[in-house]
Ligand binder design. Structure first.
Ligand SMILES: [Mg+2]
Length: 239
C-alpha cells in the first residue's frame, strides 16, 4: 500500500526550476580570436587609443568615455573600410558547430557586443540564421568624424549588456542565462548571470572579485560543458 510521502520539505523544492535557457555571447575576442574593435583603434587612431585603453582597463575612466572618445577621433571616410575588413578576422574554433548545437536544442543565442553593429553583422553573416539577435553599437557617419550610440546605453557603457539581458527576462519567469566572454565589456553582465565562461581579462577580473567562472579555450569546450549540464538538469527534473 502506498504511503504518503513523508518529508520536512515540500516535494516541489527538490525539483530544479532553472528558468528559461538563453546564451549571451560577446563578439570581439570571444567569437573572433582577435579583438576587432581594438584592432581598428590601434590601426586608425593609435595615439588617442593607447592612453585611453590603459586608463579604461585600470578603471580610471569608464568604457563609455574611452569608446566615445576613440570613435569620435576616427574620420567617417574610413567607415566603409572598417566594415569591409570585418570578414577577414578568423572566428574561434568550434563556433559554427556551437551555433548549430544551440539551434538543435532550440536555445536562443544572443550576441552582445560593445563593438559596432555593422561590423558584427558583416563578420557573422554566414552564421546569422542560427543567431537569435545581435545587439551592438550604432554608428552615425554623416559628419566628418564618427559618432557612436546605442539604445542600451548607460552612464558607464555604450552597450550596457546587463540592460540587454533585461529585455529577455520572461514575464512572471526567470532566465537560466549563460554568458561567454573575454573582457571588460562583459563584466557587469557576468556579475548577474548564474554561469559564466570567461577567458583573458574577464577571467582575471572575476578572480579579483572572487566570482566563479568556467575557463574555456574554444567553443567545443563550451558546448561539451553545456550539453552535460543541460542533460543533468533534464535528469534532475525527472527525479
Ligand atoms: Mg570581448
Amino acid at each position: 500500500m502506498n504511503q504518503p510521502l513523508q518529508s520536512s520539505r515540500p516535494v516541489q523544492s527538490l525539483i530544479p526550476t532553472p528558468g528559461k535557457r538563453i546564451v549571451f555571447c560577446d563578439f570581439d575576442g570571444t567569437i573572433t580570436q582577435q579583438d576587432t574593435f581594438i584592432d581598428v583603434a590601434n590601426r586608425l587612431v593609435p595615439e588617442i587609443w593607447g592612453p585611453l585603453q590603459k586608463q579604461m582597463f585600470a578603471f580610471e575612466i569608464t568604457l563609455h568615455e574611452a569608446v566615445s572618445r576613440m570613435v569620435a577621433a576616427i574620420e567617417s571616410k574610413h567607415y566603409p573600410d572598417i566594415i569591409a575588413g570585418a570578414k577577414s578576422y578568423p572566428l574561434r574554433s568550434g563556433f559554427g558547430d556551437f551555433v548549430r548545437f544551440l539551434k538543435s536544442e532550440t536555445i536562443p543565442l544572443v550576441v552582445v557586443s560593445g563593438g559596432l553593429q555593422d561590423v558584427v553583422e558583416s563578420a557573422l553573416e554566414a552564421h546569422r540564421s542560427g543567431i537569435t539577435n545581435i545587439h551592438a553599437a550604432q554608428i552615425d557617419d554623416s559628419a566628418e568624424h564618427l559618432r557612436i550610440h546605442c539604445e542600451f546605453e548607460s552612464k558607464t557603457e555604450i552597450v550596457a549588456k546587463a540592460k540587454v539581458m533585461e529585455q529577455y527576462i520572461p514575464e512572471n519567469g526567470t532566465l537560466d542565462a549563460v554568458l561567454i566572454g573575454d573582457s571588460l565589456t562583459d563584466l557587469e553582465l557576468a556579475l548577474q548571470v548564474p554561469l559564466v565562461f570567461a577567458r583573458d581579462r574577464l577571467a582575471q577580473y572575476l578572480r579579483e572579485r572572487d566570482r566563479a567562472y568556467i575557463p574555456w579555450e574554444d567553443f567545443s569546450d563550451v558546448q561539451a560543458y553545456l550539453a552535460q549540464r543541460w542533460a543533468l538538469q533534464e535528469v534532475g527534473a525527472k527525479v
